[in-house]
Design a protein around this ligand. Structure first.
Ligand code: AR6
Length: 210
């Protein structure tokens, strides 16, 4: 049996709260932290976990320009989603760095995978390319009338982009987008590991206090 307890602890700001979810499975107690802010009545949420478990309309893959699902997020998507996703990527063939394309999501809980191509550290113009990869994913979600999307920290694994800079770029891009005209109701950042989660949480506090 699995029981999930959600506690909402207000932190003195109308639009900011931190939730601590305790996941109790047998004798193991695991704490899962989330942080939620609202931007123009839309939700921006941070969670720590595995993006392939997310139930948003789309999850974003940290892809390469050839759309070949390698390791990291892409590997997890390939293993859990099944071969259909790579087959659809092969039909599309590829896209530019900073671009994004959409496929269905095979056996995953999400309905779609948006494959966003982030920059490789050292190739030049990385910040703008990461901003574009984030923005083009959000636009593609809207074009497909999706309501919710989950992002990983694009480029910060195999591609070697610094996580702090990634948090600044991806969060500021998402917040600006949610302030504009969009049908999206929820944008989630799914961080792999506690230190990446804390770093994004610190950056989100800064962004929302501006
Ligand atoms: N859920 C959420 N985040 C994850 C997961 C997961 N299951 N697995 C890793 N991360 P990466 P990149 C984090 O390497 O740097 C592949 O070969 C990870 O800790 O997936 O953009 C592709 O095919 C890191 O913070 O993507 C490309 O060739 C972040 O996700 C290339 O790697 C991104 O790590 C893309 O490299």
């Amino acid at each position: 049996m699995c029981t999930r307890i959600l506690l909402s602890i207000p932190r003195g700001k109308d639009n900011l709260s931190t939730n601590f979810a305790e996941l109790v499975t047998g004798f193991e107690i695991k704490e899962v932290e989330t942080m939620k802010v609202t931007v123009e009545n839309r939700v921006l949420e941070l969670v720590e976990g595995d993006i392939t478990e997310m139930e948003t309309d789309a999850i974003v893959n940290a892809a390469n320009a050839q759309l070949i699902l390698g390791g990291g997020v892409a590997g997890a998507i390939r293993r859990k989603g099944g071969p259909k996703i790579q087959a659809e990527c092969n039909k599309i063939g590829g896209t530019f760095v900073g671009g994004a394309v959409i496929t269905t999501a095979g056996n995953l809980k999400a309905r779609y995978v948006i494959h966003a191509v982030g920059p490789r550290m050292g190739e030049g113009n990385e910040d703008e390319k990461l901003r574009n990869a984030t923005l083009n994913s959000l636009k593609l979600a809207d074009e497909n009338k999706l309501k919710s999307i989950s992002f990983p920290a694009i480029s910060t694994g195999i591609f070697g982009f610094p996580i702090q800079r990634c948090a600044e770029i991806m969060l500021s891009t998402a917040i600006a987008y949610l302030r504009g005209s969009t049908g999206l109701e929820k944008v989630v950042f799914c961080l792999f590991g506690h230190s990446d989660y804390l770093l994004f949480a610190g950056q989100l506090e800064q962004e929302t206090s501006k």
